[in-house]
Design a protein around this ligand. Structure first.
Ligand code: SAM
Length: 284
């Protein structure tokens, strides 16, 4: 540990978030990995200069990205694909859902997994679970080699499209997700912070031309400093405010669906649509 100093998360040229930290670990391979310790947020994980999660509020993100799509399924999920998620937080929440038979994961960076197992093992799911198969491979590549109609749930817990995640915000990627999803299946992907990085949600909107049912949800995760967007897609129409599967977490409960799928006008303007047009599958 190096003693305390101020580290700045650079959001824009002239704006960022400052944290008084101790540096725990730093290395630059495929991605620049930094682990810091801070009194308010605890240990937190940074990739390519952007905060990925903190000990203090990671459960909000991991519960919503897992339970929200699962709540829209006609029956409890049996086969799940995680793309990214090397910190193991999504696996932890999935392993609380009864009835799952198979969990396949494609994480591109083994270093993320190894470091999270060392410094964030309490937050990680159980990778010795025989239902779990973890592959250190690019998500798009792994997806292309996956079977058709194979997954009830596909959870894309990836970084923003700056480094290796660029391929995960492409039309080809969304078409492959569509092919691999079961007829009743649901897909979710983090789409960053529209107030700071609106271009990411715009990129992710390509998925709306692939999925007959497409929607956007939002959640406030305090350590990000702004609301985070998720995109969701399915081959069949879903009623997002009427959850069919019921899950309760420290943060998530079924009554939240309505709020999570109610978007501010700024986001509606961002995606150039009015509420009523969205579920008509309008190609934007
Ligand atoms: N909560 C975070 C967020 O909202 O930005 C995401 C956290 S998770 C640590 C992101 C993971 O995506 C990282 O482990 C990273 O290595 C992985 N990742 C990035 N690009 C990828 C790709 N092309 N295929 C598979 N995993 C990828």
């Amino acid at each position: 540990m190096t003693g305390y100093f101020f580290w700045r998360e650079k959001i824009h040229q002239d704006f960022g978030h400052a944290y008084k930290v101790e540096l725990v670990f730093e290395e630059h391979n495929l991605q620049k990995v930094q682990i810091f310790k801070n009194q308010t947020w605890g240990y937190f994980f940074v990739l390519d200069g952007i905060v990925q999660f903190t000990e203090r509020d990671e459960y909000i993100y991991h519960e919503v990205i897992t339970y929200l799509p699962a709540s829209l399924l006609k029956k409890a999920p049996e086969t799940v694909l995680i793309i990214g998620g090397g910190d193991g937080g999504v696996l932890r929440e999935l392993q609380k859902i009864p009835g799952i038979k198979k969990i396949l994961q494609f994480e591109i960076d083994r270093i993320v997994f190894d470091l999270c197992r060392k410094y964030f093992f309490r937050l990680m799911g159980d990778y010795s679970d025989p239902r779990v198969e973890l592959n250190f491979v690019d998500g798009l590549q792994g997806l292309k080699e996956s079977d058709t109609d194979a997954f009830d749930l596909i959870i894309v817990d990836c970084t923003d499209p700056v480094g290796p995640a660029k391929s995960l915000y492409s039309l080809e990627f969304y078409q492959e997700i569509h092919r691999a999803l079961k007829p009743d299946g649901v897909f979710i992907q983090q789409a960053s912070l529209p107030a700071y990085f609106p271009h990411v949600l715009k990129l992710a909107l390509q998925a709306s031309s692939v999925f007959p049912w497409f929607d956007i949800a939002r959640v406030y995760v305090p350590c990000y400093g702004e609301e985070l967007a998720f995109i969701l897609g399915a081959k069949e129409k879903k009623d997002p405010t009427n959850p069919l599967q019921v899950y309760y977490g420290k943060y998530y409960h079924p009554g939240l669906n309505k709020a999570l799928f109610t978007l501010p006008q700024t986001w509606l303007n961002l995606v150039e649509r009015r509420d009523s047009e969205l579920n008509k599958g309008t190609v934007l």
